[in-house]
Design a protein around this ligand. Structure first.
Ligand SMILES: NC(=O)c1ccc[n+]([C@@H]2O[C@H](COP(=O)([O-])OP(=O)(O)OC[C@H]3O[C@@H](n4cnc5c(N)ncnc54)[C@H](O)[C@@H]3O)[C@@H](O)[C@H]2O)c1
Length: 249
């Protein structure tokens, strides 16, 4: 049986696409025929990502230097993406930032910075998507198991990810009438720079069982499912992708 690639003729924006889960997602969507818009902060790793995505078989790939926490930069990024590629079908809100401090050391500025990237960044792209996507569009928010349970020293991150699940629900119910779906994935521990630089993990405070450790491509597979027509009736869902970590008492 030959199957049409799920993202043929589709244009997908992936934020935080320069590495980790974002790059794996862009590669996966590219393997399945998408044209990618790769959003991140720095040009060099983005150009490497662009080469990797094209090598994987993407129909096209452009890069967009954009701080997702800036509404004007997000608006410019999406405007340029639609100008270049003519349409917008998928947005993966993956860019994320984690910061580690005891609760009493966090400042309001820390909170604003983390909420700005992890929550408002997703909102800004969702707002643009609502203005530009047609029926059949899909938004996938990359949350975390920290949205549900958490560890010490990551209060703003955990709060941002919990709020991102709430945004996913709001987007899903308002997207319904427009034919736009919105769902979230909740990764557990994923083998990325973010995990390896986590001081709690490095210090052994947070123990990662090897059986729970995901490769970025395994998270990308779940994101691709939710972004695809295979998930046509999945709306407002939170898909935990964590090797069973959250289920265990
Ligand atoms: N690695 C894990 O174990 C894990 C677990 C659960 C959830 N997540 C989530 O997965 C997502 C991807 O994380 P990752 O593990 O691949 O981390 P990563 O640090 O490798 O990638 C995050 C990317 O986001 C980009 N980014 C950060 N701030 C940005 C901004 N303001 N504007 C644009 N881009 C920005 C970074 O440059 C980076 O390329 C994040 O939302 C993270 O919270 C990761």
């Amino acid at each position: 049986m030959s199957m049409v690639p799920r993202f043929k003729d589709k244009v997908a924006i992936v934020t935080g696409a320069a590495g980790g889960i974002g790059l794996a997602t862009a590669v996966r969507l590219g393997q399945e025929g998408a044209t990618l818009v790769l959003v991140d902060l720095h040009p060099r790793p983005l150009h490497d990502a662009q080469a990797a995505v094209l090598k994987a078989g993407a129909a096209g790939a452009s890069v967009s230097i954009c701080d997702v926490s800036s509404e004007s930069q997000v608006e410019a990024s999406v405007t340029e993406a639609v100008r270049q590629h003519g349409r917008l079908d998928v947005v993966v809100n993956n860019a994320g930032l984690m910061s580690f401090k005891p609760l009493e050391q966090f400042t309001g500025e820390d909170w604003n910075r983390i909420l700005g990237v992890d929550l408002l960044g997703a909102f800004f792209f969702t707002k643009q998507a609502f203005m530009r996507m047609t029926a059949g569009g899909a938004i996938v928010n990359v949350a975390s198991i920290h949205a549900v349970r958490t560890t010490p020293h990551v209060a703003p991150y955990a709060a941002a990810k919990a709020a991102l699940l709430s945004l996913t629900r709001s987007t899903a119910i308002e997207g319904r009438g427009r034919g736009i779906r919105c769902n979230a994935v909740l990764p557990g521990a994923v083998e990325t720079p973010m995990l390896r630089t986590n001081p709690e993990v490095r210090g052994g405070v947070e123990h990662i069982d090897p059986s729970e450790l995901a490769q970025p491509a395994e998270i990308a597979a779940a994101i691709a499912y939710l972004a695809s027509g295979d998930a046509s009736i999945v709306q407002g869902a939170s898909l935990v992708v964590d090797g069973g970590r959250l289920s265990e008492l």
